[in-house]
Design a protein around this ligand. Sequence first.
Ligand SMILES: [Mg+2]
Length: 380
Amino acid sequence: MKITGVECHFVDRYLLVEVHTDAGISGLGESGAWGFLESSAAAVEKFGRYLVDKDPLHIEHHWQYMYRFSHFRGSAIMGAISALDIALWDIAGKHFGVPVHHLLGGPVRDRARAYHHVFGSTREELLAGIKSARAAGFTAVGHLTPFLDEPRDRPFAVHTGVRLIEEAAEAVRLYREAVGSEVDLCVEIHRRLNPAEAIQLGRAIEPYRPFFYEDPVTPDNFDEMAYVASKISIPIATGERMTSLWEFQMLLARGAVQYVRPDVCLVGGISGAKKIAALAEAHHVGVVPHNPLSPVSTAACLQIAACIPNFALQEYPGEWSPPRSLLMSPPIGHDGNGYLMIPSDPGIGVTLNRDALEMLPEVKREVVTRLRTDGSVMDQ
Ligand SMILES: [Mg+2]
């Protein structure tokens, strides 16, 4: 079997990648470099020229060849390698007639507990989102801000430092009060605080027992994340912007994280995520695969969840409008009790509905970031 070509599809806000072979098998992958998908697609096309005429089953060799060529790395490149790696695993699964996780040691579970996204530009919307996720059977919610999910073009107003912390802590108290102990709360800071603020808020919400406290500070400095972790008693989750095994090694070696958040579409695909999970396992750290993208990403995440012992929780963004499930068949199932079913079809378990490509045209992400009321840039 030989690779005959590589194809990029810009669909909705996603970059999907297909790898075609002369055996009539195609594999599907996705890039997680969502801020720079045009750059990632250019890297996919360049790697695609290398892959043509190669054996698609030599996955690790191709991964090493692409990663170690020229030593330029970063998100756009790693998003490309990830998309191609997922597609090659998809081809391998289809070739051998088994789900990918059967090639990675076999299943250790048949479903994956998930946290459902909650959004809201008002406190009432956030509380309603938590309750509706619970009503749908989910036992964990995430993307759960203690602030508000306001539009990026609206300035972020901080009246005083003390109100910032007090109001955020009060929000988490209300979330806990709304669901008691029936729902785990994954509190998401989106890199918005500095270390001193992150420690104050982390301590203030300890009584409400969040499942984790996600990205309290920017991921640029592993020592700062470790410093915050050393000062609070709730678990930190981080890693969604990291692109390699070696970054996760530096994070784990510092005791800076209790739940790693590898993005299968950014850390080198299924190959990269499996290695990061093993590294985390050696530190007794859980894995919560990052997954804000298309159902291709969800399917690839579930292949990892199926075969690693230290899987903790799966991010699940739910449905969007228009429904992203139009993109794939069969749809990824939910058991009604908070678990996503592991796809059982060969490969990653979903195939592209080509008819949906026109129904979900490309939505470009422009460079828009949040400002404070004084016009300065904030992290988000
Ligand atoms: Mg996040």
